[in-house]
Design a protein around this ligand. Sequence first.
Ligand code: GLC
Length: 535
Amino acid sequence: MVHTDAWWRDAVIYQVYPRSFADSDGDGMGDLPGITGRLPHLKELGVDAVWLSPFYPSPQHDAGYDVADYRGVDPLFGELGDADKLIAEAHGLGLKVIVDLVPNHTSNEHEWFRAALAAGPGSPERERYIFRDGTGGEPPNSWQSVFGGSAWERTPDGQWYLHLFDVSQPDLNWDNPEVRAEFLDILRFWLDRGVDGFRVDVAHGLVKEASLADWTQPSQILGGIDPAGPPPPMWDQEGVHEIYRSWRQVLDEYPGGRVLVAEAWVAPADRLARYVRPDEMHQAFNFPYLEAPWEPSALRAVIDESLEVNNTVGATTTWVLSNHDVVRHATRLGYPVGTPRMHGVGAEDPQPDTALGLRRARAATLLMLALPGSAYLYQGEELGLPEHTTMADEFREDPAWERSGHAERGRDGCRVPLPWEADAPSYGFGPTDSSWLPQPATWAEYALDRQQGVAGSTWELYRTALGLRREHGLGRGSVTWQDGSFAFRNGDLLVLTNFTAEPVELPAGARVLLSSEPLDGDGRVPADVTVWAHL
Ligand code: GLC
């Protein structure tokens, strides 16, 4: 059923990365009470919902995306009661709560995987995962892990198991009815606790082509799929859709409009739209938008295509610029247009133009928040936070760093604990100076308390934009392109971004409501600036 008045259709959803949001007990690791204590901040910012990255019991080999128990809270982050409190407080403030669900793989410390290793080849316990015999000491096929190296690991008895990600993340066998039943039960567990939805990790990976045919191209989760070529045997298989249809039925039993959001790195756009057909998920992250260069024709094309294909299935379009897996957009946009996708940045790599990056990031955000549909924000972007691009390698925790043989710096640079107070230890992340990843020495200037109430700060820009977006119903509006510059109308607003080096005139009579940087002395829009104007 297409819900045209559902809350999520125009929601702005803020991603909290629990390790790095707020630390209540001073151990250097963010936690659930820390998040709960800071929820009023998100209310003030003006978002509609929070999505929490995993906080479940986990050995933390992939920052919690290696789940050992889907029905609990890791002691690092608190206990189950803290999750209940967080949900209740958020609801009290009028914020929805979305949790992360990781169905493609478990941790190797999950009781199922321990049992599988102990039970040996041919056992029903092994049938919950993808175990195979190799040939002549070689793995069963040529698949590569997203994080680098073979996607197969040999067990002491000689069998191999598949792990598309880290060796500590064995892939589940979704052909096994027991696996399906277990996840329906996990959905109910969290729905019963009151969560408003799930962000579904690696949603395009659950079903593998039955023959496990060799695949010689890299198994990159993104950027590795040639839309014109044959579909890779590990991604975007037809069988995943049946799973989401069964999940949707469970969600529809609950009141209040519970949502499923797909993390599916799938191209082209019409393949992605298949995940949000009326009886499947509600939303899918728009990664083509995130990956579009700072270039007007590319952006216009991806905006048009996104709106068009989502329309064909009656789904709302989403927009996103940053998350915990990519270089923050304030840094990405500080590199020359056309720079290929970066897998992290280290001190020896070319460094971004920080001022240009922030200027373009503010313009990009203002453009994004004017688009109809739902938008996802990643914690810290409201502070204009850049990537930590000079982190010493010894601190890196992302498994991609080791598994890629240090070819990829990995994702730690976008996961650094947030600065709340300029002059406090750990910039107010917690009560001590401890933080699980080092914070750059220059971060005082980004701290929330340096930006609140300061006209023109990035925090105030976001807050004002979110208020106006709501007031003008932009999330429920539509895009009508205007001739000339990169400009469109959405309802009673004109949205214009200047991608050229020269200042651009606004149409006569336009009254500026918000601008990502001040206009020039003649009231023109300078380079790399977005303006919202009343016409
Ligand atoms: C998703 C997550 C990422 C994680 C991977 C494996 O892409 O966003 O952080 O490493 O899945 O679970």
